[in-house]
Write a protein that binds this ligand. Structure first.
Ligand code: ADP
Length: 745
């Protein structure tokens, strides 16, 4: 070869070849590296012209002085060993500017015949582009790996048909319930629970076809914590191909959609249930889509009312019901569709050819909308309200009847809410309230009570609210029409809801003004009459006592006895008149009390002694109290006497009366127990009312005015005490009262 070159190729030919070579070529000679030859290419790399030929290398290219190249050339020159450099960085001048380039190059020593190095052949190929693109490739692979590792999605790369796990990010490892230790293993070994599922086969197909594989909401069974769990994934297998276009790996991306799939499933189940519900709900429901109102579905009730509509699915409403054209119902559909607002049409008479029965329906047209609020369809709902209407009509008729009734009676009738605000009233109340108060509904009217009665009315009403009880109250109310106060008797009954709370008060108010006037006239008359009767009675009593004494002195015991009986009858008459007088005093508020401290037991003892004189009954006294009381002593003795006298009077067949006193920390009690006729249930409180007398087989035998207990109750209440009775019909009664004890004993 050497000889061939020497003998057959001239230097010119060689230089020509040299200059046309595709890479940069130069030859440097001697220890100073004189540039003998340099082709165009290398001069370009150097950024020089042919002027540099014949110059020592470092003189020609002073800028490489501090780079590797001079040293390497020197080394080749000295050792005779060629040097091959690959992708070596060189700073060279290009268009007067320093640039960085990469070169593959070779320094080949040139020997003389004696095998001494005479020069070096420099060959350089610009590989800058290749190096940079390789660099970029490396960077992009790095970035790709980074992307995969940090991806929010489960990502992995499998290489070869064995599907060796090349890369798998944490998400993917978590999904498999594995650690990094499986990297480098075939997928079948790394995640054995996938074996037998279709994934491996699908990936083999990607190897075969080179096409992407996409799966949605696909089920995967994965062993996690020893349990084979069912999950759902959206995933892709992307083929990664080499330069020849062959698939050598698969990039797998997956995202778990289990929650979504399960939600969808339950939505579908719910929808199925809903469909079933719609089908069987006792209302007609039909769905019309779009602005043409195409019938999409209709349930059983719809088909019952309008005939089988299933054959009309897909048709616009106007074609299904041409007969409705004139009713305006289509305009209503359009209104709902355009406004997006629901419309309700109440109690519309049902129209259908050949349907004679009176039927009324309430219609609801309800828009269904997409996420942007655009109406997609109108749901038409209709339900039969014929029965409700009938009931309402009947109700309103009976309401009318009751209203007429309530207007016909002379009483004021009203209802109020729990707090006393009027919810209904008849015209009579309006008449009372006068023209200034046009509409009483929603208002309270306590303030119309006379100022002197107001507190009492409020107290009684508040007590009734707390106790949820009936109540009755007499008070004067201002009649706005006549501008007078008028006595009313108001009786009120509560109505209870299911929880037992009062939701309404039903009240009647009766004008008792006349009655009150008569009562006061009667009281005045009784007052005057009893007063007038008292004076002659007092004289009569004195005469009867004198007469008895004179007759006894004269030895006429028989007539003296008549005189004593006369005196005892005068006593009874006196007691009756006293009671009448007391009642008139109570009514007029003129019963005056002279209060003082007194020993309660002493008083009881005195009373019992006195009553024992006149009675056939044995009065047993259990004295357990021993307390002081601050009250009107005479009046309290009157109460004691009344209770004991009643006990005697109402137990004619018994021998004993038991009187007991007792005390607690704050009060003293007085009990009178008899074993007489007793009283029926439920009237215990009534006996303390004015003129009240128990009626019954036995009672009519006993004389009386029904005033004693009324007066006693008034005295005890005004002395801040309490009075009550326990009684059993045919067995006897125990009348009791209590009074507060004073501190002093
Ligand atoms: P009267 O003058 O009628 O006795 P009272 O006011 O003292 O009037 O009593 C009212 C009514 O209470 C009586 O009419 C009677 O029916 C009933 N009554 C009072 N005390 C007793 C008693 N101890 N036993 C049974 N009934 C009684």
């Amino acid at each position: 070869m050497e000889h061939f070159l020497k003998n057959n190729i001239s230097l010119e030919t060689f230089i020509t070849l040299f200059s046309h070579a595709p890479n940069g070529l130069a030859m440097v000679n001697g220890p100073n590296m004189i540039i003998e030859v340099a082709n165009e290419k290398i001069l370009n790399f150097w950024g020089k012209t042919a002027d540099v030929i014949s110059l020592p290398l470092l003189e020609a290219l002073p800028e490489i002085q501090d780079q590797e190249f001079p040293k390497l050339l020197q080394q080749v020159y000295e050792t005779g060993i060629p040097y091959l450099g690959s992708a070596m960085l060189a700073n060279i001048m290009e268009d007067g500017e320093s640039t960085t380039k990469y070169f593959d190059f070779s320094y080949t020593p040139i020997f003389d015949d004696l095998q001494n190095v005479t020069g070096i052949c420099v060959s350089a190929t610009d590989v800058t582009e290749k190096v940079l693109s390789e660099k970029k490739l490396k960077e992009s692979i790095f970035k790709f790996k980074e992307l995969i590792l940090n991806s929010e999605y489960c990502s992995a790369i499998y290489t070869g048909r064995d599907l060796v796990i090349e890369l798998a990010n944490d998400k993917m490892l978590q999904t498999w319930d594995k650690t990094e230790s499986i990297i480098g293993l075939p997928l079948t070994e790394g995640v054995p629970s996938l074996v037998g599922q279709h994934f491996m086969d699908d990936m083999q197909k990607v190897f075969d076809s080179g096409e992407n594989f996409i799966a949605k909401e696909d089920i995967a069974l994965i062993l996690r914590n020893g349990i084979l769990e069912t999950s759902y994934y959206n995933y892709t297998y992307q083929p990664i191909k080499n330069e020849e276009g062959e698939v050598y790996a698969i990039f797998n991306m997956a995202v778990e959609v289990t929650d979504m799939v399960l939600a969808k499933k339950s939505a579908v189940e719910n929808f199925t249930k809903l469909q079933g519900f719609i089908e069987n709900v006792p209302m007609a429901i039909a769905v019309f889509s779009g602005s043409e109102f195409i019938l999409e579905m209709s349930n059983k009730d719809t088909n019952d009312l309008w005939g089988d509509l299933i054959p009309y699915y897909g048709l616009p409403i106007k074609e299904i019901f041409p007969e409705f054209q004139s009713t305006g119902v289509f305009d209503q559909f359009l209104k709902v569709f355009e406004s997006g607002q629901q419309i309700e049409m109440r109690e519309v008479k049902f129209l259908r050819e050949g349907f004679n029965e009176d039927k009324y329906l309430t219609y609801i047209l309800h828009p269904t909308k997409d996420e942007n609020g655009k109406t997609l369809a109108v749901i038409a709902i209709a339900y039969d309200v014929t029965e409700d209407l009938k009931i309402r009509r009947n109700l309103s008729e009976s309401e009318k009847k009751y209203k007429n009734l309530s207007e016909a009676i002379p009483q004021i009738i009203w209802t109020s809410d729990a707090e006393g605000r009027i919810t209904y009233c008849n015209e009579r109340l309006k008449f009372y309230l006068g023209e200034e108060i046009e509409n009483p509904i929603g208002k309270q009217f306590y303030h119309l009570s006379h100022p002197q009665d107001l507190a009492q009315v409020e107290t009684i009403f508040l007590q009734a609210i707390t106790g949820k009880t009936n109540f009755e109250v007499e008070y004067r109310a201002f009649n706005n029409s006549t501008k007078n106060y008028v006595w009313l008797l108001t009786r009120v009954v509560p109505s209870f809801d299911e929880q037992g709370n009062v939701y309404e008060w039903i009240g009647t108010s009766t004008d008792i003004n006349e009655f009150k006037l008569l009562q006061s006239q009667k009281d005045t008359f009784l007052g005057i009459a009893s007063h007038e009767l008292k004076t002659p009675l007092t004289s009569l009593k004195i005469y009867s006592q004198v007469l008895e004494r004179v007759l006894r002195k004269s030895g006429d015991d028989k007539n003296a006895e008549y005189a004593r009986k006369m005196d005892s009858q005068i006593n009874k008459l006196n007691a009756l008149i006293s009671d009448l007088l007391d009642v008139t005093k109570i009514s007029a508020g003129k019963m005056h009390f002279i209060e003082s401290d007194f020993n309660f037991d002493e008083l009881a003892q005195e009373m019992i002694e006195e009553l024992r004189l006149d009675s056939d009954h044995q009065i047993i006294f259990n004295n357990n109290s021993g307390g002081m009381v601050f009250a009107d002593k005479n009046r309290i003795s009157q109460v004691m006497s009344n209770l004991i006298s009643n006990a005697i009077k109402y137990s004619p067949g018994a021998q004993q009366i038991v009187v007991t006193t007792g005390r607690s920390e704050h009060e003293i009690q007085f009990h009178v127990e008899d074993f007489g006729i007793g009283m029926p249930d439920g009237i215990a409180d009534k006996v303390f009312e004015q003129y009240y007398r128990v009626s019954g087989d036995d009672q009519h035998e006993f004389s009386g005015l029904g005033l004693g207990l009324y007066i006693s109750a008034d005295i005890i209440e005004r002395s801040n005490g309490k009075i009550w009775v326990n009684s059993v019909l045919g067995k006897g009664s125990t009348f009791c009262f209590s009074l507060p004890l004073t501190e002093k004993l």
